[in-house]
Design a protein around this ligand. Structure first.
Ligand SMILES: [Zn+2]
Length: 80
């Protein structure tokens, strides 16, 4: 588990504050009360996604289908 700290005051006293439009976890700092988002979604989901992309590609799914099914960015599919 990665330690997340506030980019403004470096406090680790954070609370989850919902999600942004692109499903990125938002956080709010209990110390300075600012909210921010860190893009950890990609890293958290990286394991296994590669295998699924390979599998779907073998099933002749297009990049567009794969990105929709796995709910990941099309560029991520392309790079894999
Ligand atoms: Zn802070």
């Amino acid at each position: 588990m990665q330690t997340i700290s506030c980019p403004y005051c470096s406090s680790e006293d954070l609370v989850k504050n919902g999600h942004s439009e692109n499903d990125t976890q938002r956080w709010r700092c209990n110390k300075c009360r600012k909210s921010f988002q860190l893009n950890y979604r990609y890293n958290a989901r990286k394991q296994g996604v590669k295998d699924q992309i390979t599998e779907l590609t073998l099933n002749s799914s297009g990049v567009r289908d794969i990105s929709r099914i796995l709910k990941i960015n099309r560029n991520t599919v392309m790079s894999e």
